[in-house]
Structure formats: structure tokens, C-alpha cells
Design a protein around this ligand. Structure first.
Ligand code: ATP
Ligand code: MG
Length: 559
């Protein structure tokens, strides 16, 4: 199995059987059908990996199709962003880019065909009346008084709807199926509605638009999709799709298979709710690094490989469940651990003065770029008399188990020397602002020739050579696993401390040429990347991609 190949799941089993049986001449053709009304999120990534992955594994093809039949919410900016996100994830639709809006003539012709066959009618009932007539789960619906209009009258009315003679909502075209069906979706579903709205592609050519339940299976049929894969919510719509395909002549017969959507803890996978977070300013935009959007994760420094690995790990089932965000983070760390160069940076700086190191002097120390991968080489890191360390690496009165700096204690400065703290200086507010230390020149590289040991190793940055940076630390966007579940309102579950901004971080000089969006590991503190939007020369802005601590193994054990 190649790195990206997924294990067999029920959908792959079905496809393997179809291929073996020569169904559709053994052809496998899938599609990913986003509606361009928002940005893609991690749930879509699951669907993308599944559809494109299956096509690749079975020597088939996967289309990218914009399901853009709704003039009010769709936009060309989303079309562009979605393509960028899919490419970034590592998938390619080659020349198979389709738009449902290119099929408007064909949808319309199919609707006219149903009318001609006596299988569709124009209904003037109001939306509310239609709902009333529809019945309930326990009671059958009632036929609309307009259900038995003649074919000619329906042809005429639909033509007038199409010409724009009626206002929005004045009437709809409904499929004549069965008002008593136990499946509510089959109780004469609306298939065309009036919308006097400009469409981002077809402009004002149309004022009638097909409903999703009518258009979707036709799109699959037009493109001769062999295996139409969607999420479980659409299972009870499949009979509508099959009915339409049964009654429109001369079209390909796709089969739909449903799988469980991805739900991820501490976040949301609903475009509508994500849009609300953006519109109401709870986040800085769709690409806020806390967002579960593909563009947010890219800005955060997640790799396409880690997202694909995550999708592979969660698998494909028929049962709705909640995946742990920690598993996604585990996947990110797992990938970054092997590929990220190591660097040193201090997030919350405390000054250290090495009193026995000559003033004005500095030296370059050779540091490995990756402790486990020599091929990544080394870099020179300057060491000098004044250094920065983490404030948290010093305690005025440390307990025995604290193996970092304290008065009279000796520690190793990573790749440099053994250093002993002798004094500390406080400001008027009583905060420690400087440590006065000495170094042992005999311990260059981090080992003592006399064999003496130190328990702690800490990272550092030379003050004279340090780059100043702003660092943004992120936590879960929501403080509960399932936002809104208990509270009833997901907004009340927003984690108020999901963003912490550190303004005076200090970076080693090799971090001057970061590629935005590509994470490196800061020794002991986590993975970080330069921000794709705000980072620039002279104003360095970094995002924390993830911490080093992996909570996944703990969670996995608990289960
Ligand atoms: P949302 O629920 O966020 O509004 P959607 O289903 O309306 O999403 P589409 O653009 O229609 O958004 O989705 C494109 C494809 O992605 C569909 O085939 C849909 O089934 C799939 N998809 C959407 N959300 C998820 C999810 N959470 N897990 C798996 N697949 C998903
Ligand atoms: Mg949808």
C-alpha cells in the first residue's frame, strides 16, 4: 500500500466488486461536488480524499463539479478558492472541471419532459400551504388542488414561469410522485422554483432554478458518474433521485452511496456556522488559523500530507461519530516531526548575561537541523555574552525536581556550554529581569570533559543577533467537544482564550528566511510557521502550528 492509499472500506468494497463484475465496463468515475457558497473545511477534505483517492486507486477519474444552482449565495471568489484548496491538498481534476450552471438548459428540458409525461405540475399553493398539505411522519399528505392540471396547462404555466411572468414564490414546479409516501421527500417534491436573482455565471438568463433534489442526480447522470458518493443526510433523498432517473429518458444511471460525514471535536464542520463566525467577527476571516477550513489550516502550517493521513486514519463508515481534534493534531505532528528543521526561538524572553564571556565577542556554534536526520545538515548559531532564555526556564526558588535554571544551578545551553546562574536582578515591580551567569569554556558543544552531568538542557538566542517577532498561539476555537450541543447556542461555547499574542519573541538569525505557511520546529516549544498574510521583512509574524505535546496517545488509551 502506498503512503496515500487508504484501507478498504465499504465503499471501496462495493467498487472493487463492481469493477470485478464489469459493471459500467469496469469504469470508475467519481466527482467532488462543492457548492461555491463558502470555503472548504476539514469535512470536505474527507470527501475530497475519498472521491479523488478512489479514482486514483481504481485507475478511474474524478471530476470537480461546482454545484451552483443557487443564484443568491454563490460567488466566483469561492470557485477560485475551492480550486486552490483542492490543488493544495494534492488532488487534480485535470480537464474535468464542470459547473451545474452549464446544465441549466438540460435541467429545464428534463423538467419539460416530466411535465409532458404527466409527471410534474405547476402548483400555486403558498410555501406554507404546501407544508400543510404535506402531512407529517405519521399522517399522509393531501393532494394539492392543482395536482391534476392538464399537461397543456402545465406546459404553458412553466413556460410563463420561465419567461418571468410570476413573482418569486408565486408558484413552483412539483414532481407528481406520491403524497402518501412514508418517505416525506417523495411527497411531490418541488423541482423548480422562481428566483429573480442574478447568477454569478448565467447572469440574468434564468429566473427559474432547479432544486437540489432534482439537479444533483441529473448532474451525475450527465457526467456519467459511476459511483456518486455523498454523506448520510442524503440517504432518504436517494428515492427521489432514482425516481427522476427512472423517468427522464436516455440518461446514464448513476448509483449513490452514502457515508458518515466527518464531525470533529472542539470545532464545526458546517459552512453556515463557519460563515456566521466570520460575519460576526468571532474570527479574523475564513482563513483564520483557528478555523477548520483548508485555508485556515494551511495558514496555520498544517501540511497537505497530514490532512490526507488524518482522513485515511478516520476511515469511511456508515455510522455518524465524533473524531477527536487531537487525532488531527497527532497527524500534523507526526508529519512535521520528520520534515521540519529544528530552530531555536524564545517566546517569553528573560535576559541572561554571561559575566565571564568577553564583551563584544561572539562565536558561531554548529547546530544540527534535525537530530534524527543528518541529511538535513547543520547551521551556525551565534553565541555571545548576552542571551535570551524563556522566562519559564528560571525559578528564584526552584523545587528539587525543577531541572532548569535557578540560583547556583548549572544547566546545559543547547549546543553551547554549561552555564551556572549566580545572581538575578529585579525591577521595581519585583519581577526578575536579568540573570547573571558564568559559562564553563571547557564544555563547548554541551559536554564536560570531566564527565560531570547536568540534568537540564534549555534553548537560548543570542540577544545581539536575535530577530524580533510577534507569535500567535492558538487553542481550540470552542471550549467544549460539541459546540452548541448542551448550550443550544454554539456561539456561547467559543473559547475566549483561543488566541494569545506574544509581542516580544526572539528568534535565532536563521529564521530570517522563513517560507510563510511552512512550519519549523522550535526546540522544546512546538511547530511554528510564518503567517501567510501578516508576515513581512522587518515585521515577523508567526503562528504556532501545534505544541510538541501529543495528547492523542492518552486519548487513544482511554478508549
Ligand atoms: P455544509 O454542511 O458545511 O454546508 P455542504 O454539504 O452543504 O456542507 P457542499 O459544498 O455541498 O457543502 O459539499 C460538497 C461535498 O462535501 C458534498 O458531497 C458533501 O457531502 C461533502 N461534505 C460536506 N461536509 C462534509 C463532512 N463534514 N464530512 C464529509 N463530507 C462532507
Ligand atoms: Mg451540500
Amino acid at each position: 500500500m502506498s503512503q496515500d492509499e487508504a484501507p478498504r472500506d465499504f465503499i471501496r468494497e462495493i467498487i472493487a466488486k463492481d469493477v470485478a463484475a464489469g459493471t459500467h465496463e469496469g469504469r470508475v468515475h467519481t466527482r467532488f461536488p462543492p457548492e461555491p457558497n463558502g470555503y472548504l473545511h476539514i469535512g470536505h477534505a474527507k470527501s475530497i480524499c475519498l472521491n479523488f483517492g478512489i479514482a486514483a486507486e481504481f485507475g478511474g477519474q474524478c471530476n470537480l463539479r461546482f454545484d451552483d444552482t443557487n443564484p443568491e449565495t454563490e460567488d466566483v471568489d469561492f470557485v477560485k478558492a475551492i480550486q486552490e484548496d483542492i490543488r493544495w491538498l494534492g488532488f487534480d481534476w485535470e480537464d474535468r472541471l464542470y459547473f451545474a450552471s452549464d446544465y441549466f438548459d438540460r435541467f429545464h428540458a428534463a423538467a419539460v419532459e416530466l411535465i409532458t409525461k404527466g409527471l410534474a405540475y405547476v402548483d400555486d399553493l403558498s410555501a406554507e400551504e404546501i407544508r400543510e398539505y404535506r402531512g407529517t411522519l405519521t399522517e399522509p399528505g393531501r393532494n394539492s388542488p392543482h395536482r391534476d392540471r392538464s399537461v397543456d396547462e402545465n406546459i404553458d404555466l412553466f413556460a410563463r414561469m420561465t419567461k418571468g411572468e410570476f413573482k418569486d414564490g408565486a408558484c413552483v414546479l412539483r414532481a407528481k410522485i406520491d403524497m402518501a409516501s412514508p418517505n416525506m421527500n417523495l411527497r411531490d417534491p418541488a423541482i423548480y422554483r422562481i428566483r429573480h436573482a442574478s447568477h454569478y455565471r448565467s447572469a440574468d438568463k434564468w429566473c427559474v432554478y432547479p432544486m437540489y433534489d432534482f439537479a444533483h442526480e441529473l448532474e451525475d447522470a450527465f457526467e456519467e458518474i459511476t459511483h456518486s458518493i455523498c454523506t448520510l443526510e442524503f440517504e432518504h433523498h436517494r428515492p427521489v433521485y432514482d425516481w427522476v432517473l427512472d423517468h427522464v429518458d436516455g440518461i446514464f444511471r448513476s448509483h449513490q452511496y452514502e457515508f458518515a460525514r466527518l464531525n470533529l471535536s472542539h470545532t464545526l464542520t458546517s459552512k453556515r456556522k463557519l460563515r456566521q463566525l466570520v460575519d460576526e467577527g468571532h474570527v479574523s476571516g475564513w482563513d483564520d488559523p483557528r478555523m477548520p477550513t483548508i485555508c485556515g489550516m494551511r495558514r496555520r502550517g498544517y501540511t497537505p500530507q497530514s490532512i490526507r493521513n488524518f482522513c485515511k486514519t478516520i476511515g469511511v463508515t456508515k455510522f455518524n461519530s465524533l473524531s477527536e481534534f487531537a487525532l488531527l493534531e497527532h497527524s500534523v505532528r507526526d508529519d512535521l516531526n520528520t520534515i521540519s528543521p529544528r530552530r531555536m526561538a524564545v517566546l517569553r524572553p528573560l535576559k541572561v548575561v554571561i559575566t565571564n564571556y568577553p564583551e563584544g565577542q561572539s562565536e558561531d556554534l554548529e547546530c544540527a537541523n534535525h537530530p534524527g536526520d543528518e541529511s538535513m545538515g547543520t547551521r551556525a548559531v551565534p553565541f555571545s555574552r548576552e542571551l535570551w532564555i524563556e522566562r519559564g526556564d528560571f525559578m528564584e526558588d526552584p523545587p528539587k525536581k525543577f531541572f532548569r535554571m535557578g540560583p547556583g544551578r548549572e544547566v546545559r545551553f543547547r549546543y553551547a556550554y554549561f552555564i551556572t546562574c549566580h545572581e538575578f536582578v529585579k525591577n521595581d515591580a519585583g519581577e526578575v529581569v536579568e540573570l547573571r551567569c558564568t559559562y564553563d569554556p571547557e564544555t563547548k558543544g554541551g559536554d564536560a570533559p570531566d564527565g560531570r552531568k547536568v540534568k537540564g538542557t534549555i534553548h537560548w538566542v543570542s540577544a545581539a543577533h536575535a530577530l524580533d517577532a510577534e507569535i500567535r498561539l492558538y487553542d481550540h476555537l470552542f471550549s467544549v467537544e460539541e459546540p452548541g450541543k448542551e448550550s443550544g447556542d454554539f456561539l456561547t461555547d467559543i473559547n475566549q482564550s483561543s488566541l494569545e499574542v506574544l509581542k516580544d519573541a526572539k528568534l535565532e538569525p536563521a529564521l530570517a528566511d522563513l517560507t510563510p505557511g511552512i512550519a519549523v520546529q522550535f526546540e522544546r516549544t512546538g511547530y511554528f510557521c510564518a503567517d501567510l498574510v501578516d508576515h513581512r521583512e522587518g515585521a515577523l509574524v508567526l503562528n504556532r502550528t501545534s505544541t510538541l505535546r501529543d495528547t492523542w496517545s492518552k486519548i487513544a488509551k482511554r478508549k
